[in-house]
Design a protein around this ligand. Structure first.
Ligand code: CDP
Length: 790
C-alpha cells in the first residue's frame, strides 16, 4: 500500500478530521456564539494565602454593561460555594473565607461583552489580610507551618494522605543483604500540560424546559454531567454536556474548574447563555498542574549489576485542594509501577501527600496517573547504579530487563504486565542508534576535552519504560464512584453506511479516523462510510472519557466488540438471504459467503439493506443491523519502549542541544501507524520540554513565576531533532484487537532519556544527578559544583 491510500481497516490514512482543521473549520468552545450570549470573567487572588475581610461589588454592579456579579457569598446562598474534586476533597468555587493560592477564583462578573466583564473586575474591591504561605512542600508538615485547609473540620496540619505499596520487610531484607546500594534524591518539578486551547465553557440554562446545556472543554463529558447533577442538584437527563473540538487536553481538561460552574450559575442568574474562556495566564496559574514529586530512591544490586530491590519515599505536593486525578483506590496514581521493566526481588514505596499554597491539580499530564514520575525515578536510579558500578547503562538495562517468558508478569507491587519482549525492543533501539559507534565517538570526545582541546561534551542517554494504560477494571478502578467502563453503539444504516457512538473524547488524537478504522477492519465497511460521534452526552453512551491513553484500550475494545456483535447479526441475516444455516457461512472482510462456494456470498452492504427489508428472519431475531456494548477491561494494557537520546553540551555555557533521538515503541497492534507516530512525535517534544526548560516556579511569597509562554517555555522544532522511530509489536493478549495505548508513551519515557544523556555528558565532571529542568544555568552549576539559585 502506498503511504496514503485509504485502507479498509488498519493502516496509514490521513485523518478525517484534517478536512476541517486545516481549513480553519474546527469548532472550539470559543467559536460558539449563541443569541443574546453574555460573557464572564473571573477575579483572581493576588495573594497565595490571605483571609478575605470583605468583597465590595457595588462599583462593578453599577457598570452599565454588567449584568451580574457573583461572589462566594452568592454561591454559598445556593450551596455552591464548594465543589468536589476528583480526589474526594472539596475546592472553593469562589472563595468565601480565605484564598489559598495565587490566582484563586474570588468573584465572577457577567457582562454584555468580554472587555466590559474584564474592566468591571477592576471595580471590585477586595480587602485581604495576608497570611504566611506554605510554598515548599518539604516545610508543609513543620509544626509551625500555617494550616492551609482550616475549612476542613478538625484539621490541624497540612497532611493529606500516606500511602504505600510493595513489601517493606522483604525489601529491607533484600537491601540489607545486597552488595551495592545507591540512593538519590530527585525532584520531578511541577509542570503544566499547557494545551494550546485554554479552558472554557458556554452555559445555557433554558428556564422553560429546565434543560442546561454546557459546551465545554472536557476530556470526560459524561463524568462532568454526572458531577453537575450531583453538585447542582439538577436532574441528570436535563443536563447536556457538549465537548466540541478540543485543542489539546493532556490531562488539563479532566477536572471541573470554578469557571465552568460560574458560567452555569451566571446563566441561571441572568437567564442568558454565558461564555467564559480563560486566557493563557489564567490557564497556567490556576488550572491543574502535574508532577511535583520530591522523591528519594534507593536501588540495591549485586556487585556485578543484578538489580535486587527498589525502595522509594515520596513527598507529593498537591497544592491547596487535593484535585489530583486518579482512580479512587490509588491516591498516588499508578506510581507503584515504579519497579519499571526490571526483574527484581522486592520493592516498596511510601507516598505522603501534603497541601501547599499553590494551584490544585496533580493531573496525569500525558500519562497514566503518575507513571511518568515512576518511570523517571527508576530510569534515573538505574543510571545512578551504572555510575556507581562503572558499567554501561545500556548493558545494565539489558541484563536486568524482564524476559519474554516471564509474561504475564506479576510485579512486586501488584501489577500484572500483559505482554512484552523487552530485550528485542532495546536491542533494536541500540542498533538503530548505532550505540557502539556513539560510545566510541564519545570516548574520543572525552579525550579531547580531557586534554583541553575542546569544550564540547557529548552524552548518550538510555531509557526503557513500561506504561500501564487503559484504566480500568471496574472492580479496582473508579473516579468519584463511577466505574471506568466505556460504552459503544454501532448502527449500520440500510445503505451500509454506519454511525459509531463513543463515550471517549478526542482532543486531537484522530479518534474519528482510527475508531472508524477499527469498525472497517471488523466489518469491511470503508472508514469514510463510518461516522464517529463523540463529545455530546445526548448523542453518546456513558463512559469515563479520554485521559491516561485509555481510549484505545477501553473504547477501542468496546468498538471492536460492538462491531463483532454486528457481524454476528449480519451472519444470521445473510443465512436467511442465502437460505443456508449460519454454521455454513464463512467471513471474509466485508462479506459472509457459503463455505466451499465463495461466489455465493452477501456483502455487508447487501446484508444491511436486507436487515431493514421485509426479509423473513428466524424466530426471535430482530431486524436492523446495530449493537451496543459496555466494555469493562479485564486488565490494563502495558505498552513499552526503548529510547536513546544523544546530546551535545557546551561546557562553557551549559547549553544543551538534542542531536539525535531514537524511539522504539511497542503498543501492540497499530491501527493507524501514521497517527501513532504523530502521538510519539508530540510526546517526545514534551519530554524535551520537561527535561530542559519547563518548571512552574514560585517565589517565597507564593507568587507564580510562570504565567506566560515567555516564562513557561514550550519546546519548538528548534529544540527538537528529527525523531528516528522504530517499532516492535507485542499484541496485548486480552485486548480484542491486541492494541495497547500509545498516546502518552513518549511523554512518559522521554524525559528520563534526555536527562540521562545530559548527566552522561557531565560524567567527566563527576556529576551523578541534577534535577530538571536542565537549563543552561542548571547544567553549568552542576558541572562546576555550584548550587543552583532558583
Ligand atoms: O486515549 P488517547 O486517545 O489519548 O490515547 P490512545 O488510546 O493511545 O490513542 C491515541 C491515538 O492513537 C488514537 O487515535 C488511537 O486510535 C491511535 N492508536 C493506534 O492507532 N494504535 C494503537 N495501538 C494505539 C493507539
Amino acid at each position: 500500500m502506498t503511504a496514503m491510500e485509504t485502507p479498509v481497516g488498519y493502516g496509514r490514512m490521513h485523518r478525517k478530521e484534517d478536512a476541517r482543521f486545516i481549513r480553519g473549520h474546527g469548532n472550539y468552545v470559543d467559536d460558539i456564539t449563541l443569541p443574546g450570549m453574555l460573557h464572564g470573567a473571573v477575579l483572581r487572588s493576588p495573594y497565595a494565602h490571605a483571609r478575605i475581610v470583605s468583597v465590595d461589588t457595588t462599583a462593578a454592579e453599577a457598570h452599565p454593561k454588567v449584568r451580574a456579579v457573583i461572589t462566594g457569598e452568592t454561591l454559598a446562598g445556593l450551596n455552591l460555594a464548594w465543589m468536589p474534586t476528583l480526589s474526594n476533597d472539596v475546592q472553593a468555587v469562589l472563595a468565601t473565607d480565605k484564598v489559598r493560592f495565587q490566582g484563586q477564583e474570588v468573584a465572577f462578573v457577567v457582562a454584555e461583552d468580554r472587555y466590559s466583564a474584564r474592566d468591571a473586575l477592576e471595580l471590585i474591591e477586595v480587602e485581604y489580610e495576608p497570611l504566611p504561605p506554605v510554598v515548599d512542600a518539604r516545610k508543609a508538615l513543620d509544626e509551625d507551618a500555617p494550616v492551609i485547609r482550616d475549612d476542613l473540620e478538625g484539621r490541624t496540619d497540612n497532611h493529606i494522605f500516606d500511602w504505600e505499596a510493595g513489601d517493606s520487610d522483604r525489601t529491607d531484607a533484600v537491601f540489607a543483604a545486597a552488595d551495592v546500594v545507591a540512593e538519590q534524591d530527585m525532584l520531578y518539578p511541577r509542570v503544566h500540560p499547557a494545551p494550546l486551547e485554554t479552558c472554557g465553557a458556554v452555559a445555557e440554562m433554558d428556564k422553560i424546559t429546565g434543560k442546561l446545556t454546557v459546551w465545554t472543554t472536557t476530556q470526560a463529558p459524561h463524568a462532568h454531567r454526572t458531577v453537575y447533577a450531583l453538585v447542582a442538584g439538577l436532574p441528570e437527563h436535563k443536563i447536556r454536556v457538549v465537548s466540541p473540538d478540543i485543542g489539546g487536553g493532556f490531562g488539563n481538561k479532566v477536572g471541573i474548574y470554578p469557571g465552568y460552574v460560574c458560567a452555569v450559575v451566571g446563566s441561571i442568574v441572568t437567564g442568558k447563555p454565558v461564555k467564559w474562556v480563560e486566557d493563557r495566564s489564567e490557564n497556567l496559574m490556576s488550572t491543574s498542574f502535574a508532577r511535583d514529586y520530591h522523591m528519594h530512591g534507593e536501588i540495591a544490586s549485586t556487585k556485578d549489576g543484578k538489580i535486587l530491590g527498589i525502595r522509594v519515599r515520596v513527598l507529593a505536593d498537591h497544592g491547596a485542594f487535593n484535585g489530583t486525578a486518579q482512580p479512587t483506590k490509588f491516591p498516588a496514581g499508578f506510581f507503584s509501577v515504579f519497579t519499571g521493566s526490571y526483574d527484581i526481588e522486592a520493592a516498596h514505596c511510601s507516598v505522603t501527600g501534603v497541601y501547599t499554597n499553590k494551584a490544585p491539580g496533580g493531573v496525569a499530564y500525558a500519562c497514566s496517573f503518575r507513571i511518568t514520575e515512576a518511570v523517571y525515578l527508576i530510569e534515573r536510579l538505574v543510571d545512578v547504579l551504572a555510575f556507581e558500578l562503572k558499567v554501561d547503562p545500556g548493558q545494565l538495562r539489558m541484563r536486568n530487563l524482564l524476559r519474554p517468558e516471564q509474561f504475564p508478569y506479576q510485579s512486586k507491587t501488584g501489577w500484572e504486565y500483559d505482554s512484552g519482549d523487552y530485550p528485542r525492543t532495546l536491542q533494536l533501539a541500540l542498533e538503530m542508534a548505532g550505540y557502539d559507534r556513539l560510545r566510541a565517538e564519545q570516548a574520543e570526545r572525552r579525550e579531547l576535552t580531557a586534554s583541553g582541546q575542546s569544550k564540547d561534551l557529548m552524552g548518550i542517554g538510555v531509557a526503557f519504560f513500561t506504561e500501564a494504560v487503559g484504566a480500568g477494571p471496574r472492580k479496582h478502578m473508579d473516579i468519584l464512584g463511577l466505574g471506568m467502563a466505556d460504552g459503544a453503539e454501532l448502527r449500520v444504516h440500510p445503505t451500509g453506511k454506519a454511525v459509531l457512538r463513543l463515550s471517549c473524547q478526542s482532543q486531537g488524537q484522530g479518534h474519528e479516523t482510527t475508531f472508524a478504522q477499527i469498525v472497517a477492519e471488523e466489518l469491511g465497511i470503508p472508514p469514510d462510510d463510518i461516522e464517529v460521534v463523540h463529545g455530546d452526552t445526548d448523542q453518546t453512551p456513558f463512559g469515563l472519557g479520554t485521559y491516561g491513553s485509555r481510549s484505545t484500550p477501553v473504547s477501542g475494545a468496546a468498538t471492536a466488540v460492538v462491531a463483532r456483535r454486528v457481524r454476528e447479526r449480519a451472519k444470521i441475516v445473510a443465512s436467511a438471504m442465502l437460505e443456508v444455516s449460519p454454521d455454513d457461512l464463512e467471513w471474509e472482510k466485508g462479506r459472509w459467503f457459503v463455505k466451499g462456494d465463495p461466489e455465493a456470498g452477501k456483502s455487508i452492504q447487501d446484508i444491511a439493506m436486507a436487515a431493514h427489508s421485509s426479509l423473513e428472519l428466524p424466530e426471535g431475531v430482530e431486524g436492523h443491523l446495530d449493537a451496543t456494548c459496555v466494555y469493562n477491561p479485564p486488565n490494563l494494557t502495558y505498552p513499552f519502549g526503548a529510547y536513546i537520546c544523544v546530546v551535545d553540551v557546551d561546557a562553557d555555557t551549559g547549553q544543551v542541544k538534542v542531536r539525535k533521538f531514537v524511539a522504539v515503541d511497542d503498543c501492540g497492534v497499530r491501527i493507524n501507524p501514521m497517527i501513532v507516530e504523530g502521538q510519539v512525535h508530540g510526546g517526545l517534544a514534551d519530554g524535551v520540554g520537561m527535561a530542559l526548560m519547563q518548571v512552574m516556579a514560585f517565589d517565597e511569597d507564593g507568587n507564580h513565576l510562570g504565567g506566560s509562554f515567555m516564562d513557561y517555555l514550550l519546546p519548538t522544532s528548534m529544540e527538537c531533532p528529527s525523531w528516528e522511530l522504530g517499532e516492535t509489536c507485542t499484541p496485548s493478549p486480552h485486548h480484542p484487537i491486541g492494541a495497547k495505548g500509545i498516546g502518552e508513551s513518549a511523554t512518559v519515557g522521554s524525559p528520563a532519556a534526555v536527562v540521562n544523556a545530559v548527566i552522561d555528558a557531565l560524567k567527566p565532571y563527576g556529576v551523578r544527578h541534577a534535577d530538571m529542568p536542565l537549563t543552561p544555568a542548571a547544567v553549568w552549576c552542576a558541572a562546576h559544583g555550584r548550587p543552583l539559585r532558583t
